[in-house]
Design a binder for this molecule. Sequence first.
Ligand SMILES: O=C(O)CCC(=O)C(=O)O
Length: 308
Amino acid sequence: MTSAAPIRGVTDAEIAAFHRDGAVLLTGVLAPEWVSLIADGLEECFAERDHMSSEVVAQGATVRADQLLAARSPSLRRFANESPVGGLVGSVVAGPVRFYMDQMFFRRAGPMAPTPWHQDTSYHNVEGTDLVRAWASPDPVPRRASLEVVRGSHRWNVTYRPMVGRDPDMSDEENALRMALARKRGVYEKGGAGFAYRSVVMDKSLPPTPDVPRDRDSFDIMGWDYEPGDVILFHGDLLHGTAEGVTLDRDRRAYAALFAGPEARYIKRVGQMVPDPPGLAEHEPQTGQTLDSFGDVFPLVWSPGDWN
Ligand SMILES: O=C(O)CCC(=O)C(=O)O
């Protein structure tokens, strides 16, 4: 499987912007057939929940956040492995790229549940300087509803404590009560937008994530007007989220895949939030192993020379 060529290649200026800011919007890189594949795959997964489907309720609105979609959707498996996104990532890491995992953040039109500010890598048993997220949507997303990032935060050399909004096995009322009690007792620490840390998997050795919504003006926040066919690439350590108090005029169906360059390594995290991809446990992975040790779990999707 090899990542197909994009409509256009990544420019040197875009590569420099990615490394400087931690994120870059690549405009007009995906042909319509790839955009349709994302829409089909997301609708398919939205219609059929699995055991990792969760509804995160925040500020009275809901976002459906599912994990490991390529494992269950042929459309998204094809997109992750064969679309240009793997090669776009390869252009910024300048090395071979493996597909690590994917997620969806699916919202219908109406009040928008904000995404809490976080770093992606702290949620997974992987670390490295060349972990890159590729974010794409079949819907136009205006700047006010954009994925937002703190410019340059991928260089802060810190891993923050990951946060979750709610326990998917509990009702809204139980969750709200549990969070209120836990905060009172100091078990959870409040994050932005009513999100909280979950004590069972909380790694107290990691510093709390900054409350970006509260101190918004003190951060250098970037966002974009996004059109279908664009791809946002951002570094796995970059602090990102979405703004609060937004109402969506139309659906905002987002697909985000995490890709790994050759430096990425397995790390057993105390605070791992997202289960390892299927098949990894059988390898009995050890902290420090590079991902090429698990080639059947993390397929190679692009190598230098494939199309650039
Ligand atoms: O699109 C969103 O709301 C959040 C995306 C995100 O957090 C991610 O891709 O890691």
